[in-house]
Design a protein around this ligand. Structure first.
Ligand SMILES: *Cc1c(COP(=O)(O)O)cnc(C)c1O
Length: 241
């Protein structure tokens, strides 16, 4: 089946624009664009968009809900993509996620790390896990719902738990910028946590930060992975769930 040419052109143009933003931000921050990887977040978008992205050279895709990710990963299993799970995750979904994900960005508690590790082990797989760090100051969480993440002070302990599990590889850290305030400041705090973890685990180099609206700030503060949804695939409409 061939792709809708108009959709291909749209996504191609969006990808080019995103790569230009990344290059300009890297230039400003005196970094090499090759240090920054792009994860295309395909939530709410059909598997067809995943195929188009793959045809345009994208190798890494992300989803934030298991109910949506599992069928999409299955529908595109022939493409040999790297699947990133980036959303808040209930422990009872660990078995499903461990069956298709390669990287889980949103590990924020011991119990979840252990569940993912045990499930990956029984499936004969290895999972790379990132410690999700909470950058909110706590004041907004009650109103708008928590975005997940471990308290920065507890991040190193959680990193040790992940590193200690046979089926898990500690990849680094991840965060979502607070809804308000300066993302540079928040991503600066993430960078400090990342350095503390990397001091002890030199291979844990990933800093997953930066979405469509704040990728420049993330690059300036050391991000190695950007998670881009709307910048590549357009508006999702009203957020559900
Ligand atoms: C949806 C989502 C993204 C992508 O957000 P955009 O603003 O569309 O780029 C990144 N990270 C997480 C955790 C998400 O849920």
């Amino acid at each position: 089946m061939s792709h809708d040419p108009a959709r291909v052109e749209r996504i191609k143009a969006n990808l080019a624009a995103a790569r230009t933003r990344i290059e300009e931000a890297c230039h400003k921050a005196d970094r090499n664009p090759s240090e920054v990887s792009l994860v295309a977040v395909t939530k709410t978008r059909p598997a067809e968009d995943v195929r188009i992205l793959a045809s345009l050279g994208v190798t890494d895709v992300g989803e934030n809900r298991d109910q949506e990710a599992a069928p999409k990963a299955a529908a595109t299993a022939d493409l040999d993509l790297t699947w990133h799970f980036v959303g808040q995750l209930q422990t009872n979904k660990a078995k499903s996620v461990a069956s298709y994900a390669d990287v889980v960005h949103s590990v924020d508690r011991d119990r979840l790390a252990r569940a993912l590790g045990d499930r990956a082990a029984s499936a004969g797989r290895r999972l790379t896990c990132l410690v999700q760090v909470d950058l909110d100051d706590g004041s907004q969480a009650g109103v708008l719902g928590p975005r997940g993440g471990v308290d920065p002070a507890d991040a190193l302990d959680l990193a040790a738990r992940i590193d200690g599990h046979d089926a898990l590889t500690l990849g680094g850290v991840m965060a979502v910028a607070p809804r308000e305030g300066d993302p540079h400041e928040a991503f600066g705090r993430l960078y400090e946590v990342a350095c503390r973890i990397r001091d002890r685990y030199p291979l844990a180099t990933v800093i997953s930060a930066g979405m469509s609206g704040d990728l420049e700030a993330a690059i300036e503060r050391g991000a190695t992975h950007l998670r881009l949804g709307t910048a590549l695939l357009g508006d999702r409409g009203p957020i559900v769930g």
